[in-house]
Design a protein around this ligand. Structure first.
Ligand SMILES: Cc1cc2nc3c(=O)[nH]c(=O)nc-3n(C[C@H](O)[C@H](O)[C@H](O)COP(=O)(O)O)c2cc1C
Length: 295
């Protein structure tokens, strides 16, 4: 699997099967972590693999933000004394954290290629974790990576807000071109477009008729389901793909609670409105246009 495809597919999981992660896969993950760059090329990173079920339970208990039930966790730590000795305070407080993030992301991406699931967990209580895992005081647990096999029904993905990207100066918005996502389904052919359009139109026409006799709340559901179906063809667009995932994860909630469904639709609309604004930003106004001469 190509790295761009791993990036596209990576989602964090909070629901895992109880199957242990076999040794070879763990070995590959720690290899991937070791391939991450290190500021100053100094060996300040320490990697601690935890698979013992009792220890895992205790690690979860002292880490309230550990929301996953994974059978293993890989803790990326920094030897603070070595980091400070070789790279000063900046090395200890900043570079080492960037290092840890790079190592964690390497593992998260490798896990996708290995068919494993991961989730980052930022330890809320370093002291307790140090005690539980027998770490010396000069070793800081920077980030935990929960590892295991994904459950057949994945945790619904959380939304990624679109990145704010500037170019040639902070505040100067850049909208990079939307490129096809690696490994995503190829764009539909014209023939398929029409075939899919036909099916979607039929769904909408039938829904329009049914809405007259059905309970009121089915109407919004049918419309949002129609949106989801139309978004099938938009897999090359990062924002629309995220919206489709969000809609598919939440659309049935209308059956449970009408008020929450309305609130969720409000949030969805806000995302679309913000995206519309982002997409409609024109090219930066040239200096001549704002100093009076260009107006
Ligand atoms: C530095 C960092 C710390 C995180 N800490 C936690 C955490 O403590 N618990 C958790 O469930 N998720 C944690 N996450 C995962 C984020 O919540 C996750 O990336 C976000 O929900 C987006 O989901 P996605 O990565 O699947 O797109 C962390 C992520 C990062 C980058």
């Amino acid at each position: 699997m190509d790295v761009l495809e791993s990036i596209r597919k990576r989602r964090f999981h909070r629901s895992f099967t109880s199957e242990p992660v076999d040794e070879e896969l763990l070995a590959r993950l720690v290899w991937a972590a070791g391939r991450a760059p290190m500021g100053g090329a100094e060996l300040v990173r320490r990697i601690l693999v935890v698979t013992d079920p009792d220890l895992m339970r205790t690690v979860r208990q002292v880490t309230p933000s550990f929301l996953a039930n994974s059978p293993a966790v890989i803790v990326i730590c920094t030897d603070l004394d070595r980091a400070e000795a070789s790279m000063g305070v900046q090395g200890r407080d900043t570079l080492s954290l960037v290092d840890a993030g790079a190592a964690a992301e390497n593992m998260a991406l490798a896990a996708v290629a290995l068919g494993l699931a991961t989730c980052f967990v930022r330890c809320a209580n370093d002291v307790a974790l140090q005690v539980v895992l027998d770490m010396p005081k000069n070793v800081r647990p920077d980030i935990l990576v929960a590892v295991g096999h994904p459950t057949p029904t994945p945790t619904p993905p959380m939304k990624n807000p679109p990145a704010v990207i500037y170019r040639n100066g902070f505040g100067k918005i850049w909208n990079p071109p939307t490129l096809p996502l690696p490994g995503a389904r190829p764009a539909a052919t014209a023939k398929t477009d029409v075939a899919e359009l036909f099916v979607n139109i039929l769904y909408l026409v039938a829904s329009a008729r049914d809405c007259i006799d059905e309970p009121l709340i089915y109407g919004p559901f049918r419309m949002i389901e129609g949106v989801s179906r139309m978004l099938e063809g938009a897999r090359g667009d990062v924002f629309l793909s995220q919206m489709k995932a969000e809609i598919d994860a939440q659309k049935y909630s209308v059956m449970g609670d009408r008020v929450s469904f309305a609130r969720w639709l409000d949030a969805l609309l806000r995302d679309f409105a913000a995206e519309a604004k982002r997409r409609n930003v024109g090219p930066a106004v040239p200096a001549a246009a704002v100093d009076g001469r260009g107006r």
